[in-house]
Design a protein around this ligand. Structure first.
Ligand code: AQP
Length: 333
C-alpha cells in the first residue's frame, strides 16, 4: 500500500525553501494517501540545541504544519521523540549501512565544515536515522526538496541490503522520493548557486514563514539580480541563476510552470517583476505566518495534536519494530 512520510527539523525558522520544497506538498498528499509527517527532534540535536528551547521549536514546526493545511484528523502529525522506535530501528540500520556509503554523503561534508573530526557522530549517521524514520512505517513515497535526493538513495540501499542479508525479500519497500516542480530547489536570495538555508548567516538570503509583509517585500527588492529583462525561453533563463530562482519562486507560489511565468513577464525588467513577486509572496505567506502565531498562543492544543499523532504513528511503528527484532534474532524478539 502507498504511504507518505516526511519530516522537518526543529532547528531554526522555516523558510520559503522548506515551504515550497516540502510543507506545501504535504497538505495535498494527505487526502490521497495515508500520510505521516513528523518533527525531527532526534535529528535536530546532531548539532547543539538549547534544551530549554527545543520543545518550543518542535511546537513551532507543528504549528507550521497545521497552518499550511495539514489536518490532524487526516494525517498523523507527531514528534520523532514521541515514537522511540525510530531510534531503535536506526541502531539496526547502523549495522546494515556501510561506512563507504556514508562517506559519500555530500550533506555531511557541507555541514561538518573544515573540522570534521569535531562534528558529532550523530551528524554522520543522520541519513541512517532518516532511513529508519521512513522504513519504520514502510513508507513508499517521501516528499522532500532536491537536497535530500542522495539520502533517499541511501534509504533504498539500506532497505535492499536488510531484505537481502536477513532473507526477507520485499520486507522493506524501496521508497521513491517525490521531488517535483519549481519549488524543489529554492536558492538563496543573495547567491543563485547556494540553496536557501536556515543556517545561512544572512537573513536577507531567505524569506522566513514568519516574516511580515514589509520584510518579505524588502528582501525581494534587495534580492540579487542582473540588469537584463526576463528572457523568453528557459534555455536563456538557465544562464542566469538568480533570475531563474526568482522565476521559479513565482512559479511555485502561483502553481504555474516557469515557462508560463516567462510567457507573462518576458521582456519586462526586475523593476516590474520584483513587486509582482513580492505581492504574490505576501498573499501566499502572510496568512500562514498569522495562523502560526495564533496556533502558538495555545501550546497545550499543539501538544494534544502531537500526542494523538504519536499514538497513531506507534500503532504502525511498534509492530514493525517487533517484527524486526524477530528477523534480526534479538533476545527480546
Ligand atoms: N532551498 C530549499 N529548496 C527546496 N527545499 C528545501 N528544503 C530545505 N531547503 C530547501 C527541504 O525542506 C525540508 C526540511 O528540511 P530540514 O528541516 O531537514 O533541513 P535541511 O534539509 O537541512 O535544510 P535547511 O532548512 O536549509 O536547513 P540547514 O540550513 O540546516 O541546511 C526537506 O525536505 C528539505 O529537502
Amino acid at each position: 500500500p502507498k504511504r507518505v512520510l516526511s519530516g522537518v527539523q526543529p532547528s531554526g525558522d522555516l523558510h520559503l525553501g522548506n515551504y515550497l520544497g516540502a510543507l506545501a506538498k504535504f497538505a495535498k498528499l494527505q487526502h490521497e494517501t495515508p500520510t505521516f509527517i513528523f518533527v525531527a527532534d532526534y535529528h535536530a540535536i546532531t548539532v547543539w540545541q538549547d534544551p530549554a528551547k527545543l520543545k518550543q521549536q518542535v511546537r513551532e514546526i507543528a504549528a507550521a504544519y497545521l497552518a499550511t493545511g495539514l489536518d490532524p484528523k487526516v494525517a498523523s502529525i507527531f514528534a520523532q521523540s514521541g515514537v522511540p522506535e525510530h531510534a531503535e530501528l536506526a541502531w539496526v540500520f547502523n549495522c546494515v549501512a556501510r561506512l563507504g556509503w556514508l562517506d559519500r554523503m555530500t550533506q555531511f561534508k557541507e555541514k561538518s565544515g573544515k573540522h570534521k573530526e569535531r562534528a558529532s557522530v550523530g551528524l554522520y549517521t543522520y541519513p541512517v536515522l532518516q532511513a529508519a524514520d521512513i522504513l519504520i512505517y514502510k513508507a513508499t513515497h517521501v516528499p522532500v526538496g532536491e537536497d535530500q535526493k542522495q539520502h533517499l538513495e541511501l534509504t533504498r540501499d539500506i532497505a535492499g541490503k536488510f531484505n537481502h542479508d536477513f532473507g526477507v525479500p520485499n520486507y522493506f519497500p524501496l521508497p521513491d522520493p517525490l521531488i517535483q516542480g519549481p519549488g524543489a530547489r529554492i536558492m538563496s536570495l543573495r547567491d543563485g548557486k547556494a540553496k536557501m538555508s536556515k543556517s545561512d548567516p544572512s537573513d536577507y538570503s531567505r524569506i522566513n514563514l514568519t516574516d511580515d509583509a514589509d520584510a518579505i517585500a524588502q528582501k525581494i527588492r534587495k534580492a540579487r539580480t542582473d540588469p537584463e529583462p526576463l528572457p523568453a525561453t528557459l534555455e536563456e533563463l538557465k544562464e542566469r541563476p538568480e533570475a531563474e530562482n526568482l522565476v521559479g519562486i513565482y512559479a511555485a507560489l502561483a502553481e504555474m510552470t516557469s515557462e508560463q511565468v516567462l510567457g507573462e513577464f518576458a521582456g519586462q525588467g526586475f523593476g516590474v517583476f520584483k513587486p509582482k513577486l513580492a505581492d504574490l509572496a505576501v498573499e501566499k505567506l502572510g496568512p500562514i505566518g498569522g495562523e502560526m502565531r495564533r496556533l502558538l498562543g495555545d501550546p497545550a492544543e499543539i501538544d494534544r495534536v502531537l500526542a494523538e499523532g504519536a499514538a497513531r504513528a506507534r500503532e504502525i511503528a511498534a509492530p514493525t519494530m517487533a517484527e524486526v527484532r524477530k528477523i534480526v534474532g534479538f533476545w527480546a524478539g
